[in-house]
Design a protein around this ligand. Structure first.
Ligand SMILES: Cc1cc2nc3c(=O)[nH]c(=O)nc-3n(C[C@H](O)[C@H](O)[C@H](O)COP(=O)(O)O)c2cc1C
Length: 152
């Protein structure tokens, strides 16, 4: 049985942070497990802030790509690489149930592309996606998926 639900994310302009905070509130109404959140932006790898996870977590990743169209160009991640590094650090990916991507559908083929790249690199699934801050429906749907993972 898990000791806690861990939601590990990165957020540059606050949308993913807002979603994760609302998700935490939702989960806390549904389970007795403590819900812990971590914004990897607050960790500095060079200062040895990174650590090995010893409990399962779900990752949340907004999409920031360098220009392009997501087809033949524009698949290079910018700004969110600390999350990739944290997941790679000490093989933390082994504890990752999966990743939830977020972005803006105006980016067409680049919508949530980086979450798909992480899934391919680390071998865990893309669990779901939401746009910008996400709607109440997104919080509930993704919350139920997270609960199912921690119950299994
Ligand atoms: C410079 C920049 C590049 C972005 N590139 C993409 C993209 O390629 N695909 C996408 O779906 N969203 C893209 N977005 C939208 C962000 O993923 C979206 O605003 C997200 O909610 C930001 O999350 P955050 O506020 O937690 O940082 C981009 C936003 C910015 C500012």
């Amino acid at each position: 049985m898990a000791k806690a639900i861990h939601l590990v994310y990165i957020s540059l302009s606050g949308n993913t942070q807002s979603f994760v905070k609302r998700l935490k509130v939702y989960l806390e109404t549904k389970t007795d497990l403590p819900v812990k959140t971590l914004n990897v932006k607050d960790l500095v790898k060079e200062q040895n802030d990174f650590f090995a996870m010893s409990d399962y977590f779900v990752a949340f990743l907004p999409t920031y790509l360098e220009g392009g169209n997501g087809l033949d160009t524009g698949d290079v991640e910018i700004l969110t690489t600390p999350l990739r590094e944290f997941i790679a650090y000490a093989d933390n990916y082994r504890y990752c149930y999966g990743i939830v991507g977020s972005g803006n559908k105006n980016f067409n083929h680049q919508y949530c592309l980086t979450a798909k790249q992480y899934a391919q690199q680390f071998g865990f699934p893309v669990l779901d996606n939401f746009e910008l801050r996400g709607l109440a429906d997104d919080v509930e749907r993704i919350g139920e998926k997270v609960l199912a993972l921690y119950r299994s």
